[in-house]
Design a protein around this ligand. Structure first.
Ligand code: GTR
Length: 417
């Protein structure tokens, strides 16, 4: 009796001590350890997929695994959208037109979309991506309404109490590079992620998971914030299909960091995106979860519980038991062009894990005879590798910079035809 009491209190106090220890991310390559990745081509009965027809039949199995375990279900219903053009303004010395649209879903939930398109009537390919802190951060133009919902940019001086202010106009313009895109013949479309769901654990309450729950046919807990953002991106394709100046066959989807995770999930579910760019999407994005380096599953599900299904937390420190790893999410994008990018100063996102995520899509891209990264070694700084699947690590911090955009434009020019 006494021994069991002693054992009980020892266990209790050791659990309490562990729980109170601050999380320390492993940043030491020699401590990563060994792991085996699931084979994207292996079916549950052990047989191996040998051609693209069988892969296309099987990819729904993997999607279902991600839906059940990590990001939650994706609504299958298309909603009625009504759009209203709020303003149309010549910008960049007449080279481009800036559009602001309000889109309302089923008369119940409205969002504000910003488009910058070349000033010509021909259809153009566009880059589409969510922004963190409101459309007003992408450009200093005063006609862009200041986003009034919760934003994640509180650390920047232009934001107070997680709200955008006039000072935040253009605060993240370097992440958008509108003029570069226009000069290269592309348009750019963006919406604040918070217009679909604010990025905090209670964000679902006034986001689409609640406002459109009946229309979408899902309960809030059946999916996640990343799922809601991904659905938002797909709804943008529905919208862009109605815009005569946009070539909706050539939508290049991009996302930085948490919004890169959402972009990957959107494109896995929706094959209408022509090409996908993951900019430093890290844990829960392009980086392998089994690789213990930088942010890990425990940390991400504790810091951002709303990004994933609640049950995903069960895999913390049991990553080897996951039915998949993130290279399979990336494989679901095949045969479309895929760019995975990292930054040297962003070790938290595990650049090597992102590289290996991209590299391990090879087997699936091969089924389409599309060259992936091949067997190249981890590249040096500012030296992109690969073709249909491409990777770079640049110098500098966690961000989306001019260097990144220059590579993405080159990639789109070569591969989105
Ligand atoms: C971090 C988070 C990352 C990444 C990043 C971002 O705090 O740990 O997974 O998503 O935020 O979105 O900037």
């Amino acid at each position: 009796m006494k021994t069991s009491l002693l054992l009980f209190s020892l266990t209790f106090w050791s659990i309490m001590a562990q729980a109170q220890q601050p999380f320390v991310a492993n940043m030491d390559e020699s401590k990563v350890g060994n792991f085996t990745l699931p084979n994207p081509l292996q079916k549950p009965d052990g047989s191996i997929i040998k051609n693209k027809k069988d892969w296309e039949k099987h990819r729904g199995y993997w999607l279902a695994q991600f839906q059940q375990t990590m990001y939650g279900k994706m609504p299958e219903k298309k909603l009625k959208q009504s759009s209203q053009l709020v303003s149309r303004t010549e910008i960049l010395g007449g080279k481009a037109i800036q559009y602001i649209w309000t889109i309302t879903f089923e008369g119940k939930h409205s969002i504000s979309v910003l488009g910058v398109l070349p000033n010509k009537s021909a259809k153009v390919p566009v880059f589409l991506g969510l922004n963190f802190c409101g459309n007003q951060t992408t450009n200093t133009d005063k006609r862009i309404p200041i986003f009034e919902k919760y934003v994640v940019c509180n650390e920047a001086t232009q934001f107070k109490n997680n709200l955008g202010q006039a000072e935040s106009r253009g605060a993240q313009a370097s992440r958008w590079q509108f003029e570069k895109l226009i000069d290269a013949g592309y348009g750019s479309i963006t919406v604040a992620c918070g217009d679909f769901e604010e990025d905090l654990p209670t964000g679902y309450q006034n986001g689409i998971r609640t406002t459109l729950a009946d229309q979408l046919g899902l309960k809030t807990e059946e999916w996640s914030a990343i799922g809601a953002w991904a659905w938002g991106l797909s709804s943008m394709v529905d919208f862009l299909e109605t815009i005569p100046q946009v070539d909706a066959q050539k939508i290049i989807l991009h996302g930085h960091s948490r919004l890169g995770k959402a972009a990957l999930w959107a494109a896995a579910n929706d094959q209408r995106f022509a090409a996908i760019i993951s900019n430093e999407s890290g844990e829960g994005g392009a980086a392998l979860t089994r690789r213990n380096y930088g942010e890990n599953l425990w940390r991400i599900t504790n810091s951002f519980p709303h990004w994933f299904l609640k049950s995903y937390q069960h895999y913390a420190y049991k990553e080897n038991e996951l039915p998949f790893d993130q290279h399979i999410l990336l494989s679901l994008l095949a045969p479309r062009p895929l760019y995975v990018a990292s930054a040297m100063g962003d070790q938290w996102s595990d650049p090597k894990g992102e590289f290996l995520g991209a590299q391990n899509t090879e087997a699936v891209y091969q089924l389409y005879r599309k060259p992936g990264l091949g067997t190249v070694a981890f590249p040096g700084l500012n030296a992109p590798v690969g073709k249909q699947v491409r990777y770079h690590i640049r110098e500098g911090k966690h961000d989306m910079t001019l260097y990144d955009w220059e590579q993405y434009i080159k990639f789109a020019r070569e591969l989105v035809k």
